[in-house]
Write a new protein. Structure first.
Length: 159
């Protein structure tokens, strides 16, 4: 089995999109993905790319991906945020997740970030165990806070 981890190309975005959709199904939110392949192509490439994506290829087929972007911590400084790390179900346990996470950490170190951060859903014990074995601090006492598009509009309507 030949595994290659590389930066994604624009033409990889359909495969990346399919991994995103598979993740949504796994996380029991199959209808939550609102973006399209064209959004990934537009937002990930060009002069002002909003993200960088790494893909894991097995025998020339994309079987996993890790999508990252920069954030800024008021306590620490520059932070690399890992939005999603996804490996196709049938390829789990074959080191693709490890190799993708390795690449993300190497990339963050090259950028000089002070932290690499990401979220994990609380019932995904396999992922939590995986991250803890890698030395990550799973901060179970923090809650994720979001305003979705509807929430933003409602918030603004009250100003």
């Amino acid at each position: 089995m030949k595994i290659e981890i590389r930066k994604a190309k624009k033409e990889d975005m359909l495969a990346v999109y399919n991994l995103i959709k598979a993740l949504a199904v796994f996380e029991k939110e199959p209808d939550a993905v609102e973006i399209e392949v064209s959004d990934l192509e537009r937002d990930g490439f060009g002069k002002e790319a909003k993200f960088l994506c790494f893909v894991a290829e097995v025998n020339n087929k994309i079987e996993g991906m890790a999508l990252v972007y920069m954030r800024y911590s008021t306590w620490k400084g520059p932070v690399l945020h890992l939005e999603d790390l996804v490996v196709n179900q049938q390829m789990r346990g074959k080191q693709l997740g490890t190799k993708l996470l390795d690449q993300v950490v190497v990339y963050g170190n090259q950028l000089g970030v002070k932290r690499v951060s990401w979220d994990v859903i609380d019932w995904n014990e396999d992922a939590i165990t995986f991250y803890e074995k890698k030395g990550a601090n799973v901060m179970r006492d923090w809650d994720l806070v979001q305003l979705d598009e509807k929430g933003i509009k409602e918030y603004l309507s009250k100003l």
